[in-house]
Design a protein around this ligand. Structure first.
Ligand SMILES: Nc1ncnc2c1ncn2[C@@H]1O[C@H](COP(=O)(O)OP(=O)(O)OP(=O)(O)O)[C@@H](O)[C@H]1O
Ligand SMILES: [Mg+2]
Length: 325
């Protein structure tokens, strides 16, 4: 991967939540790159920080309680954290857009779907025919009669319909990077496949990059090129898909994969990881997985570096510390 191929570069990103008395770090020193045309997976159990990371990339963290404490985000050569607001509004939707885990976060309850989609084209220049693009996308997300949806207000639509409207909205301007945060959770399997197909088509035809956030490792196995595994606000493993699936390294990654039922087995078994993801206010010093880890040893009370175990492969675990070998 050469630096020319990189579209998004995140370095040492930390996000904090201001409680009444202090600042709790939710995201702690996260770094990753996404290449042009790549599908990059971000996985981990509920509460590990995937959505907060995504919102930080768009500078959409809920104010005033949550804010970026340190780090840098470079997108298509732009320093996102230093962009003036006007420029940031221009970048959102056109260069980077997000399919939100919560569709209600993206839609205004007071405006019809038509008004909300039209607004995109009032604000941003578009080379083609906006109406055609809107109809085409609504069709593609499974609305054969776009007019009916365009007339509706958000409260008249089901959760799955809202999610599909929001997906259409995020794709309207053919952004260079789409953040898809659990894009298909509220959808039935047929529509889910249709949406994934649409995303893949954009990736293949337009070279769109996708940050694909999910805790569904089956979807990751099907679609991602590379991935990062998050645990308790930190990235604990980064790998290409194949190495991850066949040789997961971090004990947490191994646990996640072991927790998947093997659907081809005669008696599918599932071995859940014991324990739970801690709350940010309870993050321990050292390795945050150590209390759930079957391999914990004395060094784990310290914070592990991301050790490079192969080219472009990193693992934050002392089992891979060259000094241990
Ligand atoms: N605005 C906020 N204020 C305080 N804590 C927050 C806020 N938003 C998120 N958190 C906490 O930050 C942690 C990470 O949350 P996040 O929503 O990023 O998890 P996630 O990985 O997306 O989980 P899920 O898979 O359930 O969507 C959680 O412990 C959550 O409680
Ligand atoms: Mg989330």
């Amino acid at each position: 991967m050469s630096s020319n191929d990189i579209l998004l570069s995140v370095r040492n990103l930390s996000v904090g939540f201001h409680s009444e008395s202090d600042i709790v770090t939710i995201i702690d020193g996260v770094s990753f790159d996404i290449c042009k045309g790549e599908i990059f997976g971000l996985v981990g159990e509920s509460g590990c920080g995937k959505t907060v990371t995504a919102l930080a990339l768009l500078r959409l963290l809920p104010k005033p309680t949550t804010r970026i404490l340190s780090g840098s985000i470079s997108l298509a050569g732009m320093d996102i954290l230093a962009l003036p607001l006007q420029k940031l509004y221009d970048v959102r939707g056109r260069t980077i857009s997000m399919i939100f885990q919560e569709p209600s976060a993206a839609l205004n309850p007071l405006l019809s779907v038509r008004t909300q989609l039209d607004e995109y084209f009032e604000y941003h220049e578009y080379a083609g025919n906006p109406q055609q693009r809107i109809d085409e996308l609504l069709n593609r997300v499974g609305f054969p009669d776009p007019d009916r949806i365009l007339r509706a207000y958000p409260h008249e639509l089901s959760g799955g319909m809202l999610q599909r409207v929001m997906i259409a909205m995020a794709l309207l301007l053919k952004p260079a990077l789409i953040i898809a945060d659990e894009p298909t959770t509220a959808l039935d399997v047929t529509v889910q496949a249709q949406i994934m197909e649409l995303l893949i088509e954009m990736q293949q035809e337009l070279g769109t990059s996708i940050l694909f956030i999910t805790h569904n490792l089956n979807l990751i196995a099907q679609y991602a090129d590379r991935l990062a595994v998050m645990y308790a606000g930190r990235i604990v493993e980064q790998s290409n898909l194949e190495s991850f699936l066949f040789q997961p390294q971090h004990p947490y990654s191994r646990g996640l994969l072991a927790a998947l039922p093997d659907l081809h087995a005669e008696n599918p078994t599932l071995t859940p990881i014991p324990g739970q993801v801690p709350q940010p206010s309870e993050y321990a010093a050292g390795c945050r997985f150590r209390e759930r880890c079957p391999h914990t040893f004395d060094k784990c009370v310290h914070k592990p570096a991301l050790f490079e175990t192969a080219p472009h492969r990193r693992v934050a675990c002392f089992l891979y510390d060259p000094e241990e070998k």
